[in-house]
Structures are given as structure tokens and as C-alpha cells.
Design a protein around this ligand. Structure first.
Ligand code: KIV
Length: 302
């Protein structure tokens, strides 16, 4: 067995028993005030301990340095370098066209900016489905070149062997089930998954993926009741987007959450700011001042 040089103890693929400090902590596993973890990095096992403690955590997408820094300092526990960069950074219609080579530098920027958050990178469509070996090779690139701490893949129990191989290779894996945007065409568009009898399949998928070693299961666009049943069926934490309030954590795409993106929002999005209007107003004011000769003023001039 390999020796563990990690001073925090534990390995990324397993859930170490909580230390006495963690057991005794009344401020919460994820709180910067927790004894033994003052302001320290969030690791996969902290999310697992959080679930055991009945704590929830927040996750947001991030695609570059400033948003990553802001969200990290705001206490967001998990940053996702989502393949939603495809339609939020690169101007595509959906997540399908984005490539490994496009996502790697984004992952690197987010990981460099985040001092506390766990950074999870999406493996893009086509980069892990062919074989477990392909998934391991791509996952290694995201940890090595993208500096990510974990990766996320979309798909159900079909991917259990893939998850097992990745975890054995030292790559922490978050599984994404329910509506999986990379399968938009196969699923017939953006549709709620796991309704009625399909809820059982969702639970079976989550159980199989957790048993294979996934440290967390993300569910997108599934009925709240089904998502809560999944959360109850597995010991690892769950994250929801459009999956109700019964998951361990929640995730939103940041340009939706902060109102940077225009247009119609999905029902599950709550907009906490209107960055688009703030930015537009700033750009208009700057343009007006340049055209009128008001900027630069004496105070901006050498
Ligand atoms: O890429 C992404 O933004 C995602 C979220 C929808 C969870 O996978």
C-alpha cells in the first residue's frame, strides 16, 4: 500500500473517519472556523462529512480568474469549470462543441485563483465515452494541466467501470445524472428526467456510481421527490440544479445566477444580481465620457 504524505490525512477516493475535532465541531465542517481546518482548502471528504453532519454546500460555475476569486472569497465551497463554458464563454449554442484544449486553460485559471474552494472540471463531450482508458487519460490531463482537484462526467450506471478506473487512477469523480446536457439530442431536448417510474432508474444509477467511487452525484432537472430519494439512498453528497431542496448542495451557472446572460432563464434559476445592466451602464457612461472629452480628466493624466 502506498504511504500517504498528505498532512491532512486520507486519500481523495475514500471517506476517512472524522477526526475528533471534526466530530466535536459545532460550527460545521465547511466553516472556516472549524478546528483543524481554519480557512483551509475544501476537500472531497469535507463535502462527505458535511452531508453526515446535515450541512449544505454551494457550488457555482467559474470560467476565469476574477469570478473564481470572487466566488472563492465569498465562501462558495465548490467551483465548477463547466462545459457550459461552451455557451457562456465560447459563443456556442450548447455544450457539445467545446473541447478539452479549450477547457484546460479555463480550468487552470480557476484553480490558480481559488484558494479554498474545491475545483471540479467537466470532461467535455467525446473526451471520456469511448473507454475507461480514454476517461482516465482525459481526467489526468485535467488534474495535471488544468490543475483541477476533481472532474465531472455525465451519465448513469453505464459509466460505473469508467468511474472505478478513474478513481483507482487517483482522479476524484463527480457523477452527473438526470438531464445530461451533452446528451441533449439523445434525450430529445431539455426535458425533466426521473419522473414516475424513471425515479427508480435514477436511484439505481446513483447507487451504482457511488459504489464505483464517485465522491458526489449531481442531478439536473429531476423532480424534487426523486432527487431527495437519491440523496437518501447514497452516503455520498448530492448536488442539485433544478432538483429541488432535498440535495446536499446546489449549483447554478454563474452568468445566470448573477444576471450576466440576457434572455429567458430556466425555471430553476434564481437571479441574485443584474450584472448585465451594471456592465452595460458602465460601458455607456465610459463611451459618453470619451466622446465628450470628459475622460481622461486631469486626475487620470501624467
Ligand atoms: O457545465 C455546467 O455548467 C454544468 C451544470 C449545469 C451543473 O454541468
Amino acid at each position: 500500500m502506498a504511504t500517504n504524505n498528505n498532512p491532512e490525512g486520507g486519500t481523495s477516493g475514500e471517506v476517512p473517519a472524522p477526526s475528533r475535532a471534526e466530530e466535536l465541531s459545532s460550527s460545521g465542517v465547511l466553516s472556516p472556523a472549524t478546528p483543524g481546518r481554519p480557512g483551509g482548502k475544501i476537500r472531497t471528504h469535507h463535502l462527505q462529512l458535511a452531508k453526515r453532519n446535515g450541512e449544505r454546500f454551494a457550488m457555482l460555475t467559474a470560467y476565469e480568474q476574477y469570478s473564481a476569486e470572487i466566488f472563492d472569497q465569498a465562501g462558495i465551497e465548490v467551483l465548477l469549470v463547466g462545459d457550459s463554458a461552451s455557451n457562456n464563454v465560447f459563443g456556442n449554442e450548447n455544450s457539445l462543441p467545446v473541447t478539452v484544449d479549450e477547457l484546460l486553460p479555463l480550468s487552470r485559471a480557476v484553480a490558480r485563483a481559488a484558494k479554498r474552494a474545491l475545483v471540479v472540471a467537466d470532461l467535455p463531450f467525446g473526451s471520456y465515452e469511448v473507454s475507461a482508458a480514454q476517461a482516465v487519460a482525459t481526467g489526468v490531463r485535467f488534474l495535471k494541466e488544468g490543475l483541477a482537484h476533481a472532474v465531472k462526467i455525465e451519465g448513469g450506471s453505464f459509466f460505473t467501470e469508467t468511474v472505478r478506473a478513474m478513481v483507482q487512477a487517483g482522479i476524484p469523480v463527480m457523477a452527473h445524472i438526470g438531464f445530461t446536457p451533452q446528451s441533449e439530442h439523445a434525450l430529445g431536448g431539455y426535458r425533466v428526467q426521473g419522473r414516475g417510474d424513471d425515479a427508480d432508474r435514477l436511484i439505481q444509477d446513483a447507487v451504482a456510481l457511488a459504489e464505483a467511487g464517485a465522491f458526489c452525484v449531481l442531478m439536473e432537472m429531476v423532480p424534487a421527490e426523486a432527487a431527495a430519494a437519491v440523496d437518501a439512498a447514497i452516503s455520498v453528497p448530492t448536488v442539485g440544479i433544478g432538483a429541488g431542496n432535498g440535495t446536499t448542495g446546489q449549483v447554478l451557472v454563474w452568468p445566470d445566477m448573477a444576471g450576466l446572460r440576457g434572455g429567458r432563464m430556466a425555471r430553476f434559476v434564481k437571479q441574485y444580481a443584474d450584472i448585465r445592466t451594471a456592465l452595460s451602464d458602465a460601458a455607456k457612461a465610459y463611451g459618453d465620457e470619451v466622446r465628450s472629452g470628459q475622460f481622461p480628466g486631469p486626475e487620470h493624466t501624467f
